[in-house]
Design a protein around this ligand. Structure first.
Ligand SMILES: Nc1nc2c(c(=O)[nH]1)N[C@H]1C(S)=C(S)[C@@H](COP(=O)(O)OP(=O)(O)OC[C@H]3O[C@@H](n4cnc5c(N)ncnc54)[C@H](O)[C@@H]3O)O[C@H]1N2
Ligand code: MOO
Length: 387
């Protein structure tokens, strides 16, 4: 058995170089920008008025008087220059004319024909200087694009963006005991569940997911399913990874040429996890127990999906919380305990069997008990992963 950290390093080593495609700005939310991109122009592109009022040439003191010589609105600049003592009616977003020393808000003005008088001194200039947000050539570094990033890229005048291609993930649930939701299971069958969580988790990280038909516990069925997974960047099998007579996934994958990176990790849930290269694809064989598959999905599959899109820090980020209860010593495997995190601290659920989906849906954190960790008293700071 290898450690979780060692297994994660070997999984990430399968990511390969990021593959880049160019897409429309409007389609790029949630995608990974693949290389730095540069602004085409200054933002704002000109000195702009931040207020509705008057651009003036001269000190904006109480009682100061100016002669209004024209008007500028947003999208309607004024071509002339303000001489000393002159003013321009101006609106928010309009270019400030040459010669202006400041903008006086209209609330502080009394107007009489083309004459204005300040009824209060103006303290600020109310001018947004050209390039104050960003200058031409300013770059945005690779990152997963959030809505605010899209606005920034739009302002940079970049209608198309180089992004990481979405990794294609084929999910293959295996087992004679499985029926699909909506089917009537035989008395010895259960409904396949964990693949639906993994599909949603992978899509939320940017993968394009193909949920393949259930593979049965026969060599022929598994071979057929692996053929259907052809072309995927990642093939994730679920179940059949353990040591039982019908756990054939590893055998078939090896027959098909999988170069195993490892099998079995010192963790629970999720011990019988296998990984390796299968042709062009990275293969992850997850254990069948629903919680085991979902927890190993968080720890191995999602980091791989992130790494394939260029995430420089693809592993889940640990945080610390205070235990609300005493915990006994941990055994020889890292334990990822389903837990509830509240303002009072973190509390693991009493039941931790890896078949219990109800507990997993109540959990909002995985409390991490490191391998060989001693007893921990209530109040101790312990690491956890948010769910
Ligand atoms: N003698 C040993 N037996 C087992 C060991 C071991 O070390 N020695 N490890 C146990 C652990 S830990 C796990 S986890 C499981 C993993 O086994 P497999 O990956 O081979 O999974 P299956 O046997 O196919 O299934 C396990 C369990 O999960 C149910 N299952 C499978 N697929 C799905 C699915 N898509 N949706 C919902 N439920 C699923 C399946 O019916 C089984 O109940 O092995 C232990 N045994
Ligand atoms: O380690 Mo298995 O993955 O409990 O349930």
């Amino acid at each position: 058995m290898i450690s979780v950290e060692e297994a994660q390093a070997r999984v990430l080593a399968m990511a390969g170089p990021v593959q880049i495609e160019e897409i429309a700005l409007a389609q790029s939310a949630g995608r990974w920008l693949a290389r730095p991109v540069a602004a085409k122009a200054d933002q704002p592109p000109f000195d702009a008025s931040a207020m509705d009022g008057y651009a003036v040439n001269g000190a904006a003191d109480l009682g100061a008087r100016f002669t209004v010589i024209g008007e500028a609105g947003a999208g309607h600049g004024f071509a002339g220059t303000l001489a000393p003592g002159q003013a321009l009616r101006i609106f928010t977003g309009a270019p400030v004319p040459a010669g202006a020393t400041g903008v006086v808000i209209q609330e502080n003005i009394a107007r009489d024909g083309d004459q204005i008088t300040l009824t209060d001194a103006e303290r600020g200039s109310n001018i947004r200087l050209r390039g104050a947000d960003f200058p031409a050539g300013a770059t945005l570094a690779p990152r997963r694009l959030r809505p605010a990033d899209l606005a920034l890229l739009a302002a940079m005048n970049l209608p198309r963006l180089p992004v990481a291609r979405r990794p294609v993930l084929a999910i293959l649930m295996t087992g004679d005991e499985l029926a699909m939701p909506g089917e009537t299971p035989r008395p010895d069958q259960i409904i396949a569940s964990n693949g639906f969580a993994l599909k949603a988790m992978a899509e939320a990280e940017g993968a394009e997911v193909r949920l393949l038909p259930i593979a049965r516990d026969s060599e022929a069925s598994l071979r057929q399913s692996f053929a259907l997974a052809e072309g995927a960047d990642i093939i994730t099998t679920i179940g059949g990874a353990s040591v039982g007579d019908h756990d054939l996934v590893g055998k078939i994958a090896r027959d098909l040429g999988m170069a195993p990176a490892f099998w079995k990790i010192a963790m629970r849930p999720g011990k019988p996890l296998m990984a390796g290269r299968l042709g062009h694809a990275a293969m992850l064989g997850l254990p069948g127990n629903p919680v085991s598959a979902i927890v190993t999905g968080h720890l191995f599959l999602l980091p791989l999906i992130r790494a394939m899109q260029g995430d420089p820090a693809p592993l889940p980020v640990q945080a610390m919380a205070r235990l609300t209860v005493d915990l006994p010593a941990n055994g020889p495997r890292s334990h990822y305990m389903r837990a509830r995190l509240t303002a009072e601290g973190i509390t693991p659920f009493e039941k931790q069997d890896s078949s219990l989906l109800t507990i997993l849906t109540e959990a909002n954190a995985l409390l991490l008990r490191p391998l060989g960790d001693g007893p921990q008293p209530a109040g101790a700071l312990v690491p956890y992963l948010p769910l």
